[in-house]
Write a protein that binds this ligand. Structure first.
Ligand code: HPA
Ligand code: MG
Length: 215
């Protein structure tokens, strides 16, 4: 586990975000969202830098990039695109394979603390490998702690975790991933594959606070 200080962009509690009308928001969501907190371009710029850090620190061996579905798929795809660009354009390159896992820990927007593995490839393939887990959000951290425990049984050589978001919440178990895009206030956030009961994954441009997050 990394030191508590994995550097990231901090979105403060009093961050006002941006008016929805300044962005292209699908009409079907216009009345469900309050503000845009992290524009898509900022996510991409931060992700590019995370790709560089990951390549620097995980270098050498083959990497298995393990996407935590469904919320992680956008970040996973964009992060891997940046890693692939680095592989194409530098003298040193690292072979990478991909793998997918699906866990369920959420009912509506309340963390139940229970995790169900409902999909994914055979985890035996991770034995002896350098594994990069790619996640959308660390909220309480319970899900990731459980996943890391599960992976230990398969003896990977190294496990690092990249999460686009980490929530600042008193419910946190204190887990902090190795690579973090943004630290966000204790509100429910959606968009860029993060959902509320499966909705808002198709909100591509940004991460907006749902109305429920403001309650
Ligand atoms: N948004 C979407 N999914 C989540 C969140 C959130 O704020 N926290 C945990 N899973
Ligand atoms: Mg997730």
């Amino acid at each position: 586990m990394a030191a508590l200080s994995s550097p990231c962009i901090v979105i403060n509690d009093d961050e006002q975000g941006y008016d929805l009308n300044l962005f292209c928001i699908p009409k079907h969501y216009a009345t469900d969202l309050d503000r845009v907190y992290i524009p898509h371009g900022l996510i991409m710029d931060r992700t590019e830098r995370l790709a560089r850090e990951i390549m620097k620190e995980m270098g050498g061996d083959h990497i298995v990039a393990l996407c935590v579905l469904k919320g992680g798929y956008k970040f996973f795809a964009d992060l891997l695109d940046y890693i692939k660009a680095l592989n194409r354009n530098s003298d040193r390159s690292i072979p990478m394979t991909v793998d997918f896992i699906r866990l369920k820990s959420y009912c509506n927007d309340q963390s139940t603390g229970e995790i169900k593995v409902i999909g994914g490839d055979d985890l035996c393939t991770l034995t002896g490998k350098n594994v990069l887990i790619v996640e959308d959000i660390i909220d309480t951290g319970k899900t990731m702690q459980t996943l890391l425990e599960l992976l230990k049984q398969f003896n990977p050589k190294m496990v690092k975790v990249a999460s686009l978001l980490v929530k600042r919440t008193p419910r946190s178990v204190g887990y902090r991933p190795d690579y973090v895009g943004f630290e966000v206030p204790d509100k429910f956030v959606v968009g860029y594959a993060l959902d509320y009961n499966e909705y808002f994954r198709d909100l591509n441009v940004s991460i907006g606070g749902g109305q429920r997050g403001a309650e």
